[in-house]
Write a protein that binds this ligand. Sequence first.
Ligand SMILES: NC(=O)c1ccc[n+]([C@@H]2O[C@H](COP(=O)([O-])OP(=O)(O)OC[C@H]3O[C@@H](n4cnc5c(N)ncnc54)[C@H](OP(=O)(O)O)[C@@H]3O)[C@@H](O)[C@H]2O)c1
Length: 315
Amino acid sequence: MEYMTLSHSELKVSRLCMGGCPLGGYGWGDVNHSDLIRSIESAINHGVTMFDTADIYGLGSSEETLGKAVANHRHEIVIATKFGVRIQNGITLYDNSSKWIRKAVEGSLKRLDTDYIDVYQVHYRDGKTSMSEIVESLSQLKDEGKIRYFGLSNTSIDELDELKSFNEKFVSFQHEYSLANRKNEALILELQKQTNITPLTWGSLGQGILSGKYTQDSIFSQNDRRSRSIYANFHGDKLLHNLRIVDLLREISEYTLHSIPSIAIRFILDFLKESIVIVGIKNEKQLMSNIESMSFRLSDEEIKKLLLISNFKKQ
Ligand SMILES: NC(=O)c1ccc[n+]([C@@H]2O[C@H](COP(=O)([O-])OP(=O)(O)OC[C@H]3O[C@@H](n4cnc5c(N)ncnc54)[C@H](OP(=O)(O)O)[C@@H]3O)[C@@H](O)[C@H]2O)c1
């Protein structure tokens, strides 16, 4: 396992972070609860020390499952959860107000069954609350010992100037990034260069398309979000383009003998220096296949080829 320290912090974490979205058991097709628990335990045994979740995943059930599974290892691992998205009367709202942050943190602490959250992340900005108000609310929680550090997610370039005056306060930011979706690449590199905050990538396997197991004929059940066209990686021209990327991953996999998903993950680790890759994992088999990414490096030539094939103009 490779480890690194999150910027502006003393938190040493594994560069592979286990994603908690499937733990919510909602919108990812059939998810087996015992498989999830076993994969968390196995991840810890194999050196994974960072776990990402959010209060909104499965409306709290992702945090509950994670809290139970890591209870015996709480001080060995880092939990990163998120706040700022909530449901009210069936409507999704974005809320970064200090009133909501206080309520949200208590809910997360309870569900995670812990006294502290290691990294508390702003899931999405609400378009109303200023960065200084958010930082003030989070700093108070830090002073009270409820959170250790804070991070950002889905930041836009427009927020860069505002962020720069507070950048030392944040230890991480996360954006969607993978060979299947490089639209945030320039933004991530610029944010990293200007703020030195550690980038975390989500959707690192393009929601699973880069695992190599899907084809043009794959059909998702209705309880799987990927059946919807908004999950573009599995539909139309984008799907065909992604399958060409998978062909190259398969070619590299055949001569390196590393799994297809591990090569897709390794691309991010090698290309985005000092980054952490979050991957959603449903069972131990997927975990082990993804952990393979920790045992090799891609050559410059392979990275060049992957960059070339993944250039999708319509992104
Ligand atoms: N900040 C944000 O706004 C945000 C948004 C989304 C996600 N995230 C975080 O990022 C994490 C990762 O993103 P994601 O879960 O959306 O997508 P992802 O990591 O790209 O894809 C995860 C899915 O790929 C499949 N998979 C994973 N490893 C595999 C393997 N070795 N072999 C075959 N299939 C494999 C699994 O689904 P199947 O087996 O069903 O194919 C898994 O659920 C989330 O869990 C969450 O923690 C953050």
